[in-house]
Design a protein around this ligand. Structure first.
Ligand code: HEC
Ligand code: HEC
Ligand code: HEC
Ligand code: HEC
Ligand code: HEC
Ligand code: HEC
Length: 446
């Protein structure tokens, strides 16, 4: 029969054209956000730490908008030298720099000891700066973009799947009416009606190649989406969003208790209260008895509210400050957990604090300097863990770190394997956590 054959060829052609178009469209969609996320993030960090007090990436402030600065300096001067010490650089008599200085009312930039890489990163950040997405409601805040953005893949995949269903449906519909016409012409009964699932099954059976490709594509996409999810979902932190900072039953002030004595604070060591950090998986929250070591005597705060809160410690341990006696009716304080990793993740404090010798602040931010209320400072995504593990050098030798000294010794002694490995690892002049297995799924997942 020539007619149905031609029809079906036209349809298959159309179908392929649509698929190709969609593929091209989704690929170009992906390309549009081709930003080196690691470099961008590194730049953002430098920017926030050193430049944000005077510059904005995309608007003038105390200093000019940094976007496009590298281009403006191209061929006119040494932007690296300028950023490190603009006052010194002015003395070279560079024309552009001196003109700039005049234009900006001779405001002075603070000298900064930054490496070329850091300057590259910060300029990259400024050039590629994208304003943060608007805030999402509630505590579970919006995820900043990860290395690839699952969000932008969704619409394309949905469109693709929908189109596929429509085309498949119409194809089977057309095929069926054509077949029925043929049946009728040949004087036979029309074909029985089938359900949608049956039609899909039949279609897949008849088009095994295409069905396999589509099945594979969907599987790959699901895996990718899950991966992206792991990188970004569950984020509370990030500067775009309000850091998770639940209200506590007692307004415990970290800055006052742990901040530096020079600023009039008490400078209590973190581990005085979070003694688990060095010895176990959990840092732990101190019991009210720990507070009582001091507060049995210190019953006045700096503010009225503070004094009232100290009374809550007494209630918690069942202490009557009038009679100076325990009443025997404690009422434990229900602190609200700030950090919440999912149950399938294993995070050991001791490995990071005692073995790796990281500062608490690397992961908890300036809690002793700026946080009168404890907050989640790091994003706690898988991407965050992985990024540090991929970058952080572990000191193998020359420290008092027995664990690594031992490992180093064994690597060197094992001429065949260890030595070669060590050499490979040391190509970038450091051994990262990743190279010691810090990217293995089982290290972090139960
Ligand atoms: C204390 C304020 C201050 C800080 C901090 C600061 N800048 Fe500036 N910056 C200025 C001012 C003001 C100018 C304008 C020139 C002048 O008056 O010296 C400027 C100019 C510049 C320029 C030239 C822009 C152009 O249009 O050519 C660059 C590039 C620059 N700053 C980079 C940085 C970077 C990168 C950092 C952080 C690492 C930084 N600045 C930190 C105040 C500051
Ligand atoms: C005097 C005792 C004390 C000291 C010293 C102290 N903390 Fe705390 N910390 C607490 C208490 C009580 C809480 C629970 C209440 C809250 O979240 O504010 C807490 C909560 C925290 C949390 C949030 C825990 C969660 O729920 O996820 C972190 C992180 C933290 N502390 C880190 C530090 C670091 C880092 C230092 C040192 C710079 C430090 N703490 C010093 C008593 C202390
Ligand atoms: C490598 C990053 C990192 C370092 C370094 C680190 N922490 Fe944590 N901390 C975390 C993570 C991640 C959690 C969330 C753990 C969870 O939910 O199971 C956490 C949770 C906590 C909590 C909540 C209670 C608990 O045990 O889960 C406290 C308190 C705390 N950290 C204090 C500290 C102190 C004090 C130090 C320094 C002595 C420190 N941390 C060093 C990453 C770190
Ligand atoms: C090492 C001693 C010490 C420990 C331990 C300690 N505090 Fe304090 N805390 C103080 C002192 C001292 C002050 C008063 C500071 C002042 O008046 O300058 C204070 C003040 C306070 C205030 C009043 C703050 C204000 O703004 O007025 C509260 C609330 C408080 N502490 C809660 C706690 C809790 C809860 C714990 C246990 C988790 C605790 N403290 C552990 C020494 C301590
Ligand atoms: C700031 C850097 C940093 C961050 C962030 C970080 N880690 Fe680590 N992590 C390290 C270093 C350094 C080591 C090496 C210490 C060691 O070998 O025991 C390590 C080791 C580990 C180990 C291996 C411990 C062992 O006994 O072998 C686990 C598990 C781990 N990290 C889990 C996590 C998880 C989960 C997160 C995120 C929630 C995370 N880490 C975030 C730096 C980091
Ligand atoms: C350095 C620690 C670390 C390593 C290594 C690691 N993960 Fe994760 N993973 C995490 C953390 C932390 C989370 C929780 C992220 C969150 O809640 O946003 C997570 C979440 C996930 C999730 C998402 C589940 C959910 O709750 O959304 C999947 C899937 C996952 N990981 C798979 C893997 C696989 C597969 C590997 C090995 C290739 C791996 N992880 C290696 C730390 C790690």
């Amino acid at each position: 029969m020539p007619l149905p054959a031609r029809f079906s060829r036209v349809f298959t052609g159309l179908f392929h054209a649509v698929l190709t178009l969609l593929l091209i469209a989704s690929l170009s969609g992906l390309q549009a956000q081709d930003v080196d996320q690691a470099l961008y993030d590194a730049g953002e960090k430098v920017f926030k730490g050193n430049c944000a007090s005077c510059h904005k990436p995309d608007a003038n402030m105390t200093g000019p908008a940094l976007k496009g600065a590298r281009e403006r300096w191209d061929g006119k001067g040494d932007i690296y030298a300028w950023i490190r010490n603009s006052q010194e650089y002015l003395k070279t008599g560079n024309e552009y720099a001196n003109k700039l200085f005049e234009e900006w009312n001779k405001s002075v930039m603070t000298p900064m000891a930054l490496s070329d890489e850091e300057i590259d990163a910060v300029l990259y950040y400024a050039d590629n700066y994208a304003p943060p997405a608007p805030k999402g409601g509630g505590d579970v805040a919006q995820a900043p973009t990860g290395p690839t953005d699952a969000g932008s893949l969704w619409p394309w995949m949905l469109v693709l799947i929908l189109l596929f269903v429509v085309v498949a449906l119409s194809l089977t519909g057309v095929k069926k009416s054509l077949a029925n016409a043929v049946q009728e012409a040949e004087g036979r009964e029309p074909l029985p009606d089938r359900t949608f699932v049956q039609s899909v099954q039949e279609w897949a059976w008849n088009n095994k190649g295409l069905a396999t490709v589509i099945g594979l594509a969907v599987t790959v996409w699901v895996v990718l989406a899950l991966w992206n999810f792991a990188w970004t979902i569950g984020v509370y932190g990030g500067d775009e969003v309000a850091h998770y900072r639940p209200e506590q039953p007692i307004a415990f002030n970290h800055t006052l208790h742990a901040g530096s004595a020079g600023d009039g604070n008490l400078a209590i060591n973190c581990q005085y209260c979070h003694s688990g950090a060095e010895k176990s998986k959990h840092a732990g929250i101190p019991s009210a008895n720990v507070c009582m070591n001091c507060h049995q005597a210190v019953n006045q705060g700096r503010t009225e509210a503070g004094t009232a809160d100290i009374q809550k410690i007494y209630a918690a341990v069942g202490w009557d400050p009038e009679t100076m006696k325990y009443t025997g009716e404690p009422e434990p304080i229900r602190w609200v957990k700030v950090h919440n990793l999912p149950d399938h993740v294993y995070f050991p404090h001791d490995a990071h604090v005692a073995v790796a010798k990281l500062e608490c602040q690397e992961c908890h931010g300036p809690i002793d300097k700026e946080m009168t209320v404890a907050e989640q400072w790091a994003p706690l995504t898988m991407g965050w863990c992985i990024e540090c593990h991929g970058d952080k050098a572990v000191k193998l030798a020359g420290t008092d770190n027995g664990y690594y000294e031992e490992m180093h010794r064994r690597l060197i002694e094992n001429e065949k394997l260890g030595h070669r490995e060590l050499k490979k690892w040391l190509e970038d002049e450091k051994v990262t956590v990743k190279e010691l297995g810090g990217w293995e799924c089982a290290k972090c997942h139960y």
